[in-house]
Write a protein that binds this ligand. Structure first.
Ligand code: NDP
Ligand code: GDR
Length: 364
């Protein structure tokens, strides 16, 4: 964060503030002069790494970034925080956001991602804030699931393929319903995958860029992955949070796809990431026996572990962001090559300095 900017008098409430998008969005809103309230979960270890740089001493006058403990599964907590903060805008980013994990925790995912959205909308309604508070819902390209048509747009039918997507489907429709029933300014951003150097470490892109860096530095031997053939439309998270904000600045609420309009396989993401560190990957074998070799040394660097396969997969995502372009003036900028480059560079730098510190520690 640079110098504090003049207040614009507006208050935003961000759920999921400790996540990738929560961090970028808070930065953007603070830069625009908002007072930002964030809801974070209590955890047994620190979960505020991504927003550390935004932290302000709570004892200063007129604090602009304020954190509240809370949880999407706790109605009374959400009602209290909304009442206390009286937000002009709510960005609902909190979710159990891992598709594969949702098969292990389907009920919790439905509760946090589906019912949690309803709880927030009801809080707005019960507190009489329907005319004041605008609402952004973090909807997802996972709603499209099994391919119906490509590229996917706001009018493409949904066919969810995971408990996560089914929970987000409920959230999507309850937002549309509250908009139509109560005239709320509530919008769905149907966002395709967006990544960054602060992407969660268990999503495939970050898993790959971290592994590439660690393998290059000799800190890891191999990378195990699941489905290499899945295709995703990957953009940069910093650009996507701007789209969220734009949706809430429109006179009328609506639903918008944010995407790049390009799609790439997981396999090609792997090749690009390793190539950034001068490792050329050569693939041999098929199906679960496919392996990625270091072309130069012949060493196996990538293997398939079927544990990472999902019971039902989303094979192909490619979005059509034409509506966001024409109505919001939003367009992605970074291409996949730039995104991969930024992620690999940051992972390499931070692992290199950690490895150096470990070596130079007197206790190592
Ligand atoms: P992250 O997983 O990085 O962040 C999720 C956030 O939600 C974290 O702050 C997490 O807290 C919080 N959270 C999880 N469960 C609860 C709960 N029960 N109560 C309160 N907070 C909770 O996700 P992203 O930032 O990548 O994504 C933001 C939103 O956008 C999510 O809703 C996701 O489903 C959706 N989305 C993401 C896309 C992407 O490509 N990134 C694409 C489309 C939609 P903690 O830090 O404690 O875990
Ligand atoms: P996704 O992201 O499921 O699209 O959901 P993820 O990065 O987890 O998976 C993308 C694709 O890669 C394949 N894959 C692997 N995935 C993981 N996580 N780990 C592996 O080892 C691996 N190997 C192959 C997956 O099968 C999948 O096809 C993300 C989340 O941010 C959601 O919250 C969001 O809604 C959607 O993007 C849009």
């Amino acid at each position: 964060m640079g110098k504090r900017v003049e207040s614009n008098g507006k208050v935003a409430l961000v759920t999921g503030v400790t996540g990738q998008d929560g961090a970028y969005l808070s930065e953007l809103l603070l830069d625009k002069g908002y007072t930002v309230h964030g809801i974070k979960r209590r955890s047994s270890s620190f979960n505020t790494d991504r927003i550390e740089h935004l932290y302000e001493d709570p004892h200063v006058d007129d604090p602009r970034f304020i954190l509240h403990f809370g949880d999407m599964t706790d109605s009374t907590n959400l009602i209290r925080v909304v009442q206390e903060t009286q937000p002009d805008e709510i960005y609902n980013l909190a979710a159990q956001s891992h598709v594969h994990v949702s098969f292990e925790t389907p009920e919790y995912t439905a509760n946090a991602d589906g019912m949690g959205t309803l709880r927030l909308l009801e809080a707005i309604r019960l507190l009489g804030l329907t005319d004041k508070t605008r609402f952004y819902q973090a909807s997802t390209s996972e709603l499209y699931g099994k391919v119906q048509e490509v590229p996917q747009s706001e009018t493409t039918p949904f066919y969810p393929r995971s408990p996560y997507a089914a929970a987000k489907l409920y959230a999507y429709w309850i937002v549309v319903n509250y908009r139509e029933a109560y005239g709320m300014h509530a919008s769905n951003g149907i966002l395709f995958n967006h990544e960054s150097p602060i992407r969660g470490e268990t999503f495939v892109t970050r898993k790959i860029t971290r592994a590439a860096a660690a393998i290059r530095l000799g800190l890891q031997d191999k990378l195990y992955l699941g489905n290499l053939n899945a295709k995703r439309d990957w953009g940069h998270a910093r650009e996507y949070v701007r789209g969220m904000w734009l949706m809430l600045q429109q006179d009328t609420p609506d639903d918008y796809v944010l995407a790049t309009g390009e799609t790439h396989t997981v396999r090609s993401f792997v090749e690009k990431a390793f190539a950034k560190l001068d490792i050329a990957i050569e693939w041999r074998g098929e199906g679960v026996d496919e392996k990625g070799y270091d072309k130069a040394s012949g060493r196996v660097l990538i293997e398939i572990d079927p544990r990472y396969f999902r019971p039902t997969e989303v094979e192909l995502l490619i979005g059509n962001p034409a509506k966001a372009h024409s109505k919001l003036g939003w367009k992605h900028e970074a291409n996949l090559d730039q995104l991969v480059g930024e992620m690999v560079e940051q992972d390499f730098k931070s692992m290199q300095s950690k490895a150096f510190n470990a070596k130079s520690s007197p206790h190592a």
